[in-house]
Design a protein around this ligand. Structure first.
Ligand code: ZN
Length: 152
């Protein structure tokens, strides 16, 4: 067998992914976020950074002790351009749907409502680059429980 052909085969087999784009793309496609809500009506994060189009796994942990009916928390990501106050007022009426207005196009992603000691996880695709508000829609919480999702 020709020596050079053998060498070429070795090189080919040992380096099957010669294109450098392949590996980094896989590395950056998934981000895990953990955000905590407390009995003091606060999120521990006011800013979350992700990359457009990546899969985001978000876990909301309620680190308090109060029950869901008294101090429920959720994490609701709003479409850009949504008026937070107006939306929060609308959400108040959706008590039977854990304060998520049915049929709304202003919600990009949301978690279940949790009480003290509970946690819940969702997965969503990060939207286009920009800044998005997130809030807790439990009555009276949005003014304190809010932050920005920054998408690069
Ligand atoms: Zn809350």
């Amino acid at each position: 067998m020709n020596f050079f052909i053998s060498m070429l085969m070795v090189l080919f087999i040992s380096n099957p992914f010669n294109t450098s784009e392949v590996t980094p793309e896989i590395d950056t496609q998934k981000t895990e976020i953990v955000i905590e809500g407390t009995d003091q009506m606060k999120f521990n994060l006011s800013e979350i950074n992700v990359k457009a189009g990546e899969t985001v796994t978000l876990t909301l942990k309620h680190t308090g002790k109060l029950p869901k009916a008294a101090m429920g928390h959720n994490w609701v990501l709003l479409a850009s351009g949504t008026d937070v106050k107006t939306f929060a007022m609308e959400a108040l009426k959706a008590r039977d749907n854990e304060y998520i207005p049915k049929g709304t196009e202003q919600v990009l992603a949301y978690t279940a409502l949790v009480g003290g000691g509970e946690e819940t996880t969702i997965e969503f695709t990060a939207p286009a680059a920009g800044e998005y508000d997130f809030i807790c829609t439990f009555p009276g919480h949005y003014a304190l429980m809010k932050g920005k999702l920054i998408v690069e």
